[in-house]
Write a protein that binds this ligand. Structure first.
Ligand SMILES: Cc1cc2nc3c(=O)[nH]c(=O)nc-3n(C[C@H](O)[C@H](O)[C@H](O)COP(=O)(O)O)c2cc1C
Length: 384
């Protein structure tokens, strides 16, 4: 693959362009995983291991990539995953991301720790995003955020449960993004100085850079270290299934429980009354050494697929991966890093192009597999 990119096409192309555009610490914040990054690598490698069965001469003239994700019509079985600080990767990044998602006809998920709050996204885009939340110690903050999400018209709550404590992402310390005192601050300034286009477009013109949902509760949202201290203190390691039952009572929309890797947890989630489970290891950013999400999908789908919708994220890098996940039992997938790379590289237009390519890849793969609809994507299309 050449280094010179006229028109970015693949996820790798956008990743490379994002690297050129972003200050080092922001690029590595997206790119990195926990500890030795074994799980992050496995998420991608294991997708590649599954082989598809090609079928010919089956009339694939009427292909339809559309589907329904938690009651919402979607042009393809893909949604944009919650990614913290996306608004630091492009100017008002969550708004741009949500606009691309609207153009593509897929759901966008706003992170608890996004830069643009749901109200800004809703007002600018005209569509309420899905809203992602973690359990925080202070339940009043949770209730306040649920109220805001409801008022903004969010229909789906993506509730993340694999963050009882924050994973060890070494790059964020190594490059000075977190901690490091004066040295860390100077390192960040230097890294920003090498990316003047970003510094003007996002650094200066993309303000305010605080965390839109936590503005009123984080002591100094402009200070990343203060924010990290707040979040570390607020992550609640005492959360149990009882809290999910409590949440179920508070939230009247759909709940997608994010971070389920085992069949027994998936069964408990169904019992707690959620509307979907998301097989996810947080893109390999939490427990390093856990299996890839794709290798767990079939287990979870066979345990609870009849009772609830099953989703997957982690390692989806192409339309081929989307097709594999749906064939293995997913109603849909979420993509994390890929959408942020496309956004960082080329803004809303880049992400819109990226999503169009993804849909084209899905449609072409369906044609060559000999199927016309999402329902036709079944496990027998995957080699044992
Ligand atoms: C930079 C970054 C920030 C993230 N922030 C959040 C977040 O705020 N909340 C959350 O539930 N998941 C978060 N995630 C996890 C993603 O939602 C998703 O699970 C993961 O990125 C999927 O893997 P992929 O990047 O290989 O597609 C984040 C992931 C990345 C890469």
């Amino acid at each position: 693959m050449g280094k010179f990119i006229v028109t970015p096409v693949s996820t790798t192309d956008y990743r490379r362009l994002a690297e050129k555009r972003l200050p080092r610490f922001l690029y590595e914040y997206i790119d990195g995983g926990a500890n030795e990054q074994d799980t992050m690598a496995a998420n991608i490698a294991d997708f590649r291991r599954y082989r598809l069965k090609q079928h010919v001469l089956r009339d694939v003239g009427d292909r339809d990539t559309s589907t329904t994700l938690l009651g919402q019509a979607s042009s393809m079985p893909v949604a944009l995953a919650p990614v913290g600080m996306a608004g630091m990767m492009a100017r008002r990044g969550e708004v741009q991301g949500a606009r691309s998602a609207r153009t593509a006809g897929v759901p966008f998920t706003a992170s608890t720790v996004g830069i643009c709050p749901i109200e800004e996204i809703q007002a600018a885009v005209g569509v309420a995003p899905w809203f992602q939340l973690y359990m925080l110690r202070d339940r009043d903050i949770i209730l306040g955020l649920l109220e805001r999400a409801q008022a903004a018209g969010c229909g789906t709550l993506v509730f993340t449960v694999d963050l009882a404590v924050a994973g060890m992402r070494h790059a964020d310390t190594r490059n000075g993004m977190l901690g490091g005192g004066l040295k860390g601050s100077l390192a960040k300034l230097w890294q920003i100085g090498t990316r003047p286009a970003w510094a003007i477009d996002v650094g200066l013109r993309g303000k305010p850079h605080n965390f839109g949902h936590l503005r009123d509760v984080v002591p100094d949202p402009n200070d990343l270290n203060a924010y990290k201290a707040f979040i570390d203190a607020q992550f609640d390691p005492t959360v149990t299934w009882k809290d999910i039952a409590w949440l179920r009572e508070q939230w009247h929309g759909k709940i997608l429980l994010k971070g389920i890797m085992e069949a027994d947890d998936a069964r408990a989630a169904v019992e707690a009354g959620v509307d979907g489970v998301l097989v996810s290891n947080h893109g390999g950013r939490q427990l390093d050494g856990v299996s890839s999400s794709i290798s767990k999908l079939a287990d979870v789908a066979s345990a609870v697929g009849e009772q609830t919708e099953v989703y997957l994220d982690g390692g989806v890098r192409s339309g081929i991966d989307v097709v594999k996940a749906v064939a293995l039992g997913a109603t849909g997938v979420l993509i994390g890093r890929p959408w942020v790379w496309a956004l960082a590289a080329r803004g809303e237009a880049g992400l819109t192009d990226y999503l169009a390519t993804l849909q084209k890849e899905i449609s072409i793969a369906m044609a060559l597999l000999g199927v016309n609809t999402m329902e036709d994507l079944t496990p027998d299309l995957i080699e044992d």
